[in-house]
Design a protein around this ligand. Sequence first.
Ligand SMILES: Nc1ncnc2c1ncn2[C@@H]1O[C@H](COP(=O)(O)OP(=O)(O)OP(=O)(O)O)[C@@H](O)[C@H]1O
Ligand SMILES: [Mg+2]
Length: 224
Amino acid sequence: MSLLEVREVSRSYGSGHTQVTALENVSFDLDKGRLLAVLGPSGSGKTTLLSIIAGLLKPTSGEIRIDGSPIQLRTAREAAAFRRAHVGLVFQEYHLVPYLTAAQNLLLVPHLDGRVTGADRERAANLLSEFGLEKRARHTPSMLSGGERQRVAIARALMNDPEIMLVDEPTSHLDTERGRQVVDLLRDHIRGRDMTCVMVTHDARMAEEADEVLRLVDGKIVQG
Ligand SMILES: Nc1ncnc2c1ncn2[C@@H]1O[C@H](COP(=O)(O)OP(=O)(O)OP(=O)(O)O)[C@@H](O)[C@H]1O
Ligand SMILES: [Mg+2]
């Protein structure tokens, strides 16, 4: 059975003549250990799809199953608890806490779950150095470049050892070389831990690093 099953998911925004169909009948499956790149131009529905898989947004119709269980039956509180335990989320705008350092942003994950241990600190330090940020651990987001913030957000999403990583445009602020390195790191984590990852990007070069590619145009999956 696939870890992630997306079945005929549609989503529209608004009503009447301003109604926008952001997603139309999107279906796919994703197995453990796989990295899927969702490729598509601006406005094609990529962030909408990621938000629906994360349980942050309800589809207008269709169904999402994670590990066989349909996510739309969950209450907002259940969805949030599930995300904290099983999902690593990287938003397009990072959502780092501005007054915390890079290291503290990572430690926020165990902190919200109750207690920060020595092992958590070690894990945070290891992740930061994996992403080339060991010299930036004590910097707050405003002291970091766009690409550094992006890497902090990815490292933070890996803190809780998620089963499923949902990453929105992880390389938009990185040059090609650094972008590839970040996607390679992400892929190593995924393969090493049997994790599943949906990575949204409009950059076809980053999609080359993925195991599978899905193309969206105007909210619909297109072939090729
Ligand atoms: N909250 C909203 N209210 C109304 N329309 C929305 C809303 N969010 C998104 N849309 C519309 O839905 C469509 C898909 O948006 P979405 O953000 O999913 O695109 P995207 O592929 O992530 O684009 P980008 O690459 O620019 O981030 C767009 O036409 C957008 O204008
Ligand atoms: Mg987007």
